[in-house]
Design a protein around this ligand. Structure first.
Ligand code: ADP
Ligand code: MG
Length: 348
């Protein structure tokens, strides 16, 4: 038997990201065709002088990522597709082909599974993705949907996490925290009847959770015009994902709290539910918006692109030297270290 020395006894101690680091360190060696293996939103493999392949996989597990009491099968499929599409968007690539693996527990009918696919294919068709295959198994407990998505990018143009430079501006797309608030709202009204009675801004937040938008067109533009130095999508919350970007790029970052884009609906909901809207935006995962860094000189061009593609783009801070760490400047002028509040599957 192989001995795996110096590993903590429990996954809770090691944490999700610690585990991935250990896997990478022990088993992640690759050959020269691999431009980037473990560590980014997708892997990058050079096929020929004209094409790089982007490869990613993301799975959704019942009762971890979705709850049958509050999500329909179609909604589950749609979100599973977007989680993968968003990773290709974050690399500035074009999504192309999908493989879908299912482990199905008792309690799901053929119609339920076709509804999962209807949701999946809605998101995939819109993005021009073809379903090429997959795998099907029974499961003891809980549906698992695992998707592998393949995309393409121009060689050396993919938007990696590890190329941010000191002095770059830090941008985010859309508004943040909406998806977390939408999920909180859904959890309080488990019947469809109750969902129909929601106020307009609550319905907006619920839709942001159920039907997130992968920012594919913007990612493509940033990559093809080389307007971003680094990018990733927000799956773990702004604070956690800026930390991933900083760790990979070996830099620090300043985030201006009052610049974080918040929707009016989130602000109204936060006030009503006595929560801090900015805290929701900093820790709320699965907005599937993009974080990217760009030289100051690109500012005007980015404003034009935002208008043309109808995507809100907001500068929320700046890349700093590593010694700066990650700090949040509050509206009162004080600085605080950003505590990573993103979701860890094992420590949570
Ligand atoms: P994302 O949130 O963008 O999907 P993750 O946090 O899931 O990214 O993963 C971070 C990186 O670690 C990615 O490059 C991913 O491919 C890699 N990774 C995650 N889990 C594993 C695993 N079990 N084995 C190998 N690599 C993994
Ligand atoms: Mg990602």
């Amino acid at each position: 038997m192989t001995s795996h020395s110096h590993l903590p006894a429990s996954l809770a101690r090691l944490g999700e990201f610690g585990l991935i680091q250990e896997i990478q360190r022990r088993f992640g060696r690759t050959d020269r065709s691999v431009v980037k293996g473990i560590g980014d939103d997708t892997a990058i493999v050079n096929i020929n002088a004209k094409t790089s392949l982007l490869l990613t996989t993301d799975l959704l597990a019942e009762d971890i990522h979705f709850d049958r009491q509050i999500h329909t099968c179609e909604q589950i499929g749609y979100r599973a597709a977007v989680a993968n599409l968003s990773d290709i968007a974050a690399m500035g690539g074009t999504p192309l082909y999908a493989l879908v693996a299912l482990a199905i527990p008792p309690g799901y009918s053929p119609r339920d599974i076709c509804n999962v696919y209807a949701g999946l294919m809605q998101a995939f068709k819109h993005a021009g993705v073809s379903l090429l295959g997959g795998d099907t198994s029974a499961a003891m407990h809980g549906l698992i949907i695992s998707i592998t998505l393949i995309g393409r990018a121009q060689p050396n143009a993919a938007l990696r996490r590890d190329r941010a430079r000191i002095g770059d501006h830090l941008y985010v797309t859309g508004t943040l925290g909406d998806a977390r608030a939408g999920l909180q709202i859904l959890k309080t009204c488990k019947s469809l009847k109750k969902q129909k009675r929601l106020r307009k801004d609550e319905r907006f937040l619920v839709q942001r959770h159920l039907r997130p938008t992968p920012r594919i067109a913007l990612g493509l533009h940033l990559a093809e015009r080389q307007r971003a130095t680094a990018a990733l999508d927000i799956s773990d919350g702004l604070s956690g994902d800026v930390a991933h970007l900083c760790q990979q790029s070996k830099v620090g970052a300043l985030i201006m709290a009052n610049a974080i884009p918040l929707s009016p609906a989130l602000q109204a909901y936060a006030a009503k539910s006595r929560q801090d809207a900015r805290a929701l935006a900093l820790s709320g995962g699965e907005d599937f918006e993009l974080i990217f860094t760009s030289p100051r000189s690109s500012r005007d061009e980015l404003a034009r692109v935002a208008r043309r593609l109808a995507v809100k783009i907001t500068c929320v801070g700046e890349i700093k030297p590593p010694s700066f760490g990650i700090q949040l400047k509050h509206p009162d002028g004080s600085y605080r270290k950003v505590i990573k509040t993103s979701y860890d599957h094992f420590s949570a």
